[in-house]
Ligand binder design. Structure first.
Ligand code: OFO
Length: 170
């Protein structure tokens, strides 16, 4: 059985994962109307789906442990971006924020001596390491490219090989 404190903290994380999904969905929709970046667009759509999966995993865990997962109200995310580079910078900042939130959650689980939740959260800890590393790599590449349109063409081609959680890829 979940304590009220853990349940509330997990529900807060449900909201953060849902927000992540919305933020990346907004990036995907914006990218889709920019010319020539189909693979970047599909990366954002896949990333949004992945965040929804993270949210669902939490919802099932809360309910399976005798709690009640609350479907949250969400603020509207940013709808447009000054450039692809800006969108990817926001993605990295967002992932860092999510990692901090997961770390706080792990702390609460330890304080409450809820070892099942602590164990469950380890998946998210590992996932955040991967997501931050991926976001950093993509930001580094974009920094190298600068304003070079040919570079962006290659970036869009190469991002095809980037896998998000649960998919095959390089
Ligand atoms: Fe849910 O992993 Fe990104 O935010």
């Amino acid at each position: 059985m979940l304590s009220k404190k853990i349940q509330d903290a997990l529900n807060e994380q449900v909201k953060i994962e849902a927000e992540s999904s919305q933020v990346y969905l907004a990036m995907a929709s914006w990218a889709e109307i920019q010319p020539g970046i189909n693979n970047i667009t599909s990366f954002f759509y896949r990333h949004s789906d992945e965040e929804r999966m993270h949210m669902l995993k939490l919802i099932h865990f809360i309910n399976d442990r005798g709690g009640f997962a609350v479907v949250p109200q969400l603020p509207q995310p940013p709808l447009t971006f000054p450039s692809i580079t800006h969108a990817f910078k926001q993605l990295l900042e967002h992932e860092i924020f999510v990692s901090e939130s997961i770390n706080k959650l792990v702390d609460i689980a330890l304080q409450e001596k809820d070892y099942a939740t602590h164990n469950f959260l380890q998946w998210y800890v590992a996932e955040q390491v991967e997501e931050e590393a991926l976001a950093r790599t993509l930001n580094d590449k974009l920094e190298l490219i600068g304003d070079d349109r040919g570079g962006l063409y290659l970036f869009d081609r190469d991002i095809l090989m980037v896998s998000v959680e649960g998919e095959a890829g390089a």
